[in-house]
Write a protein that binds this ligand. Structure first.
Ligand code: TXA
Ligand code: MG
Length: 357
């Protein structure tokens, strides 16, 4: 793995753009999560993304563009609602699915006749996309830079965790992954996806932007295809598979009352075991809760983590916190259900999926 850091290497962006232009893989920062990129118009380069991630090849990827003009390169028609949304929210954490121009970025689109497009609001990503455009590369296909089915990376170190051994002697012949440093991702969960290809806008994946914000700009109701009731018409896409974003540990979503009742049951046993074993026992489960640890004593044998109390910060920290908890080797994570408020839709969606595996 090679790290390029624009803060210390003046030619980092140029090198990264060259790498992509030559068909190589590059992990890039965005404001949502890090993406694993390849030039969108090169089917062989895109195939390397699928191989590196272990992702089934009919799952479409999002193509990242420098601006709306570059987006038009990939579309056959640009529906009015897509234009309203991208005018309002680009650059930003919004992906639109629109009809694809025949023959363009076929592998990126997983063979579907639509394409997902996004202009990310991250200074390093935007400089990179502009440098790519200057080399004639109009779009960079990039799914989240994690192995298939795992938690998305929100720090460059997470990308290293996922792909550190690629391109090594032990790397199964896979390409070396280069990583462009862009700091911690500010949004922390993946972009909101709106399918604008079906005549009426459909929310496929909630993100930081709320449904109300999107409907206000769309000027029409936006239907939500929820994970609990998958829309059979939606193309098979990993971001909409129920058991996605899973940590290694089993994750259960519970009400605060359920967490308390469960802890009341198991804590006496944990304390007794700890006394038998000389004071300490390795933690086998974690509790990730918004409010509990403000008033409840931590217990031996349990990992205690606090979920931020506001939705924006909770999204920012979510994947990093789950990775950190997972790395402690616990078998079970009890997560307090987020509030039933639209601002939490994105976080609730990711946790619901993680708990389904
Ligand atoms: O925030 C994000 O969107 C991040 C960063 C890197 O931009 N990317 C991301 O990509 O989350 P990925 O591949 O992990 O999720 C992309 C999802 C697919 O799983 C699928 O649900 C949807 O985007 N998608 C892409 N193209 C599509 C299409 N043509 N039709 C339907 N869904 C599509
Ligand atoms: Mg993903």
């Amino acid at each position: 793995m090679r790290l390029l850091d624009p803060a210390t290497q003046p030619d980092a962006i140029a090198q990264a753009a060259q790498r992509l232009a030559q068909g190589g893989l590059l992990a890039l920062p965005t404001e949502t999560v890090y993406g694993l990129g390849a030039r969108a118009d090169d089917d062989a380069a895109v195939a390397r993304i699928y191989a590196a991630k272990g992702r089934p090849p009919d799952h479409p990827l999002i193509v990242h563009v420098a601006d709306e003009a570059a987006a038009l390169h990939f579309v056959s028609t640009y529906p009015a609602v897509a234009r309203r949304l991208t005018d309002a929210f680009w650059p930003g954490p919004l992906t639109v699915i629109v009809p694809r121009r025949a023959g363009m970025a076929t592998a990126s689109a997983g063979g579907h006749d639509t394409i997902g497009l996004r202009c990310p609001d991250h200074p390093v990503a935007l400089r990179l996309l502009q440098a790519c455009a200057d080399l004639g590369v109009m779009g960079v296909a990039a799914p989240s830079a994690n192995r298939f089915g795992r938690i998305s990376p929100t720090r460059s170190a997470h990308v290293a965790d996922e792909f550190a051994h690629h391109g090594d002697a032990q790397g199964e012949g896979l390409d070396e992954v280069w990583v462009l440093e862009g700091g911690d991702c500010e949004v922390g969960i993946e972009s909101t996806i709106i399918d604008c290809s079906r005549g009426r806008p459909v929310l496929l994946r909630p993100g930081r932007l709320t449904l109300a914000e999107i409907e206000a700009v769309a000027g029409e109701p936006v239907e939500w295809s929820r994970p609990e009731a998958p829309d059979p018409a939606a193309p098979k896409a990993s971001g909409t598979l129920l058991s996605h974003y899973a940590p290694r540990a089993r994750l259960r979503l519970m009400s605060e009352e359920q967490v308390i009742a469960g802890l009341d049951l198991i804590e006496p046993e944990l304390r007794a075991r700890a006394i038998q074993e000389g004071g300490q026992i390795p933690p086998r489960m974690a509790v990730y809760s918004r409010s509990l640890w403000a008033y409840r004593e931590p217990c031996v044998g349990l990992v205690h983590r606090s979920m931020p109390a506001d939705a924006v910060t909770a999204a920012q920290d979510l994947f990093a916190d789950l990775r950190e908890i997972d790395a402690l080797g616990v078998e079970l994570i009890w997560v307090e259900q987020p509030p039933d408020h639209p601002a939490w839709d994105g976080v609730r969606d990711r946790l619901t999926r993680a708990s389904a595996s």
